[in-house]
Design a protein around this ligand. Structure first.
Ligand SMILES: NC(=O)c1ccc[n+]([C@@H]2O[C@H](COP(=O)([O-])OP(=O)(O)OC[C@H]3O[C@@H](n4cnc5c(N)ncnc54)[C@H](O)[C@@H]3O)[C@@H](O)[C@H]2O)c1
Length: 371
């Protein structure tokens, strides 16, 4: 029986994969948390690329550095409480299972895995060993997105029944130059193109705003620039409460997100930091504008990660082994798989598993997931 001896001291963690998002996003966020007395610290780092280990030694001299994740887990036994997985997606499942096997909590970058079966198996494993599995769904932590949640809670547009989500990027995101900067265009590392890389962010926001999980999707994909993985996906998604439509592209003319959320009393429009709210909730129709600086142009998202890391620490403290974010991660990967299946059939609608409203979080590991 694994014990949990973390009470009263910071949680010690290991970062696996010291690439772009680890160096520029996660590690500065851990530092920011530590600076304000936060409950997490990174004490070990693994990376399979010698140049990335050199970089880690230079920037984090206090951390113990390993050349592969399995040796790190073996040698750090008893010295760490969690791992933060920041490798390309194809490696997430085996690393996360390895960490859970050793009784460690797992924070894992999106997509949690590249197949729904792997994702579900990770949640089952976490429940079995009573450890937290937590995906890095950081867009929920952008100030402007937090504000949308507040506005919806206030009922400013009524219950949402239509959501549109557009993510414009001028190229695929690049990994660090020392490893394989274009791994997102190699299916064996990425599991897919922009739908696999960015679809999770789009889809967990849709789940949140429409208050449930989808029942069907039809999608088309295209590869305009001739690579191994798609650079455009457009899809329509049915929910018990309404519809979502999404377009994600790596071939846009400008970097931008535009989201809209519609209900019987009005609509919210997000364009990067800007919010426009059209509402009749207070009687006469009115249009309100707000600006919430959210650093959309900076892909490292340090502030969003600092907020996410706090949430992960909270899940560990509450012994919330498999929470809403973990369930969302599985549903995202199911939806991405269904989008690819639909695209292979010229956009034919694909049904998804039983529709459900958002399930309650699963505390304490004593019971199974609501599905
Ligand atoms: N949430 C976000 O906003 C966000 C942003 C960027 C990237 N990401 C995610 O972070 C992950 C990494 O992306 P990135 O852009 O930092 O990639 P990257 O290529 O910059 O970094 C990957 C690192 O992992 C190392 N690596 C590769 N295979 C390994 C293995 N088997 N064991 C140990 N190390 C290994 C590489 O050497 C490299 O240093 C991906 O899952 C990506 O989707 C998330």
């Amino acid at each position: 029986m694994m014990t949990d001896a973390t009470e009263g001291r910071p949680l010690r963690g290991a970062l696996i994969g010291h690439g772009f998002i680890a160096e520029r996003g996660h590690l500065p966020a851990y530092r920011e948390c530590a600076g304000r007395g936060g409950p997490l610290q990174i004490v070990a780092i693994a990376d399979s690329c010698p140049a990335r280990r050199e970089r880690a030694r230079a920037t984090h001299p206090e951390a113990r550095i390993y050349d592969d994740w399995a040796s790190l887990l073996a040698r750090e036994e008893g010295r760490i409480d969690f791992v933060d997985v920041t490798t390309p997606p194809a490696f997430h499942a085996e690393i996360a299972h390895g960490a859970l096997d050793r009784g460690l909590h797992v924070l894992c970058e999106k997509p949690l895995t590249t197949s729904p079966a792997e994702a579900r198996s990770l949640l089952d494993h976490a429940l079995r060993v009573r450890r937290v599995i937590y995906p890095s769904h950081n867009y929920k932590h952008a100030p402007v997105i937090k504000r949308v949640r507040e506005l919806l809670d206030e009922g400013i547009v009524g219950a949402p029944s239509l959501v549109t989500l557009q993510t414009f990027r001028t190229t695929h995101a690049k990994g660090v130059a020392e490893w394989r900067p274009d791994w997102r265009r190699e299916r064996r590392y990425s599991g897919g193109g922009i739908a696999m890389d960015h679809g999770s962010h789009t889809f967990y926001l849709a789940f949140d705003w429409l208050g449930g999980y989808p029942t069907a999707i039809s999608a088309t994909t295209s590869t305009l620039d001739g690579h191994d993985t798609e650079d455009n996906v457009a899809c329509s998604i049915r929910f018990p409460t309404g519809m979502a439509s999404a377009h994600l592209t790596w071939t846009a003319g400008a970097r931008k997100v535009i989201y809209t959320v519609h209900g019987a009393k009005g609509a919210i429009r997000v364009e990067d930091d800007d919010l426009e709210i059209t509402t009749t909730a207070r009687g006469a129709p009115e249009v309100l504008r707000e600006r919430l600086p959210s650093d959309w142009m900076d892909a490292s998202h340090v502030k969003w990660f600092a907020s996410l890391i706090d949430d992960f620490a909270g899940a560990v403290a509450r012994r919330e082994w498999v929470g809403k974010d973990a369930e969302d991660a599985v549903r995202c990967i199911e939806l991405i798989g269904a989008a690819y299946a639909s695209a292979r059939r010229s956009g034919r609608e694909q049904r998804l598993g039983a529709a459900s409203l958002v399930p309650a979080v699963t505390h304490g590991g004593a019971h199974g997931l609501l599905r």
